[in-house]
Design a protein around this ligand. Structure first.
Ligand code: UDX
Ligand code: UDX
Ligand code: ADP
Length: 467
């Protein structure tokens, strides 16, 4: 085990690797941090002089990159060199849900992680601490270890699990002021030493009592469990939203009332058109798959229900639009505000917007989509990926518009699908005047005061409010 960490390599320059390494470099002046990726375009974007062109949008990120880049933070595609120079290597590559073979649609696809492990084994000429940062199924460390040892390499490897808990849109604050940092490692002396090296890195800015150390399995399973619990809260409040719409109850009032109970807590109780993001669904599917593989069917079904409820919520919202527009949206212009899976990010993975849009397109609606941060080609790629219709049809029916007022102009309905702050500040009077009447507004995030819209003349639908 290296006595001191002076050189860190991170494989994967994505939403997790990029911000995390930027902050490590910002806070650990004596450590050289090199982030590598196979994707040349992505690396070029990280190196772009114009900080507004970084490949991911995160509040506060460009300020951190600005101070650290070129000082002790580097982005490159020279993977082998960076691996060999480093004493500590983070694996932060994507682990999507498998789209083929055994575990299709459920298990995590570990091929990128495995490739990394093989690469590390191949090029390393000195001892390494390998840190899993990507969310991985329990017991992945074991697999990585086997691969590292099997390559017949003489150098020693220690494997740590250090799951990332940052949320997109608040990544930099989450990294600066983490609720906790979790590090799992082997319980023997060497394992404990490796853990200590990573503790030393985080100790540059994270208070000691917030750094938790466990065995590898607890660490890996904690990550899946945390995301499953968070997603479950959203599905729970969304389940109640459907019930509220049938009664005189109001979901926001309920969230406030139950959130005041310190055992429940007030966060993560915002009813929505459905959770998205690269983690929640993937991690729950993973949990379900693992439970099932151990014959724990009741456990698997319990967690599966969280996803089923989320699918129901997205479908329910889309159905509501069609039903309200007199059971047909064929040929109608519908404006969609927001494509990202939450505000303050340009990430669209698993965004509810994709599924709501797909539903409306199946009903032959014409969509005019506006999002302040998502690029046009991303929106088309997300829809094409579903394979519901041809790429030509998607381009015929979907228009990506840069100006929100233009997107809503002359539309039959507006659907708010992401909670971007700017939507609250629009001149809704002006929007109303430009729309077809009756002017329908479907607020999938409950962000705009409904009474104000109604007094302008809108017919509004809000999640979890009496009809
Ligand atoms: C999540 C976890 O929060 C984070 O700890 C983990 O590291 C990665 O996965 P992220 O997916 O980036 O982070 O964002 P998050 O804020 O958790 O939101 C996930 C989804 O849930 C979004 O679509 C969001 O809009 C939705 N959500 C969240 C709600 O609908 N209601 C809420 O009250 C909270
Ligand atoms: C509950 C609610 O807490 C209370 O607000 C409501 O007014 C009445 O119902 P009670 O049933 O008296 O109160 O006790 P509570 O502390 O909630 O425990 C309920 C059960 O859950 C007990 O069997 C308890 O042992 C169990 N429990 C609670 C656990 O198994 N694990 C926990 O972490 C908490
Ligand atoms: P996350 O949200 O987990 O960070 P991303 O998809 O944003 O996921 O980022 C993962 C990155 O890992 C991608 O940029 C991808 O090109 C990169 N990557 C995947 N496999 C490898 C590999 N073997 N070597 C280097 N980079 C890789």
């Amino acid at each position: 085990i290296p006595e001191k960490i002076t050189n860190i390599c991170c494989i994967g320059a994505g939403y997790v690797g990029g911000p995390t390494m930027s902050v490590i470099a910002q806070k650990c002046l004596g450590v050289k941090v090199t982030v590598v990726d196979l994707n040349q375009g992505r690396i070029d974007a990280w190196n772009n002089e114009d900080l507004d062109k970084l490949p991911i949008f995160e509040p506060g990120l460009k300020e951190v990159v600005e101070v650290a880049r070129g000082r002790n933070l580097f982005f490159t595609t020279d993977v082998d060199k960076a691996i060999d120079e480093a004493e500590m290597i983070f694996i932060s590559v994507n682990t999507p849900t498998k789209t083929y073979g055994v575990g299709k649609g459920m298990a995590a696809d570990l091929k990128y992680v495995e490739l990394c492990a093989r690469q590390i084994a191949k090029v390393s000429t000195s001892d390494k601490i390998v840190v899993e940062k990507s969310t991985l199924p329990v017991r992945t460390a074991e697999a990585i270890k086997t691969i590292l040892k099997a390559e017949g390499n003489k150098v020693k490897f220690q494997i740590l699990s250090n799951p990332e808990f940052l949320a997109e849109g608040t990544a930099i604050t989450d990294l600066h002021y983490a609720d906790r940092v979790l590090i799992g490692g082997d319980q023997d002396e060497e394992g404990q030493k490796a853990i200590q090296r990573l503790v030393d890195v985080y100790s540059h800015w994270v208070p000691k009592e917030k750094i938790l150390t466990t065995n590898v399995w607890s660490s890996e399973l904690s990550k899946l469990t945390a995301n499953a619990f968070l997603a479950q809260r959203v599905s729970s409040i969304n389940a109640i939203s459907a019930l509220c719409e049938e009664t005189e109850a109001d979901v926001d009032e309920i969230a406030k009332a139950i959130g005041a109970d310190s055992r429940i807590g007030s966060k993560f109780l915002k009813s929505s058109v459905g959770f998205g993001g690269s983690c929640f669904q993937k991690d729950i599917l993973n949990l379900v798959y693992i439970a099932r593989s151990y014959g724990l069917d009741e456990v698997a079904e319990y967690w599966e229900q969280v996803i089923m409820l989320n699918d129901y919520q997205k479908r329910r919202f889309a159905e509501k639009i069609v039903k309200t527009l007199f059971n047909t949206v064929s040929g109608k212009k519908i404006a969609i505000l927001g494509w990202a899976f939450k505000k303050d990010t340009n990430d669209t993975r698993e965004s509810a917007s994709i599924y709501v849009a797909d539903y409306l397109l199946n009903e032959q609606a014409e969509l005019y989509i506006y999002d302040p941060k998502v690029k046009e080609e991303q929106i088309y790629a997300d829809l094409d990926c579903l394979n519901t219709r041809s790429e030509e049809e998607n381009r015929e029916l979907v228009h990506v518009i840069k100006d929100p007022y233009q997107a809503m102009d002359d539309s039959h309905a507006v659907a708010i699908l992401t909670e971007w702050d700017e939507f609250k500040r629009y001149d809704w009077d002006k929007v109303y005047k430009s729309m077809k009447k009756p002017a329908f507004l479907f607020d999938g995030r409950n962000i705009i005061e409904s009474n104000a819209l109604v007094s302008i003349g809108f017919s509004t639908y809000n999640l979890g409010k009496a009809k």
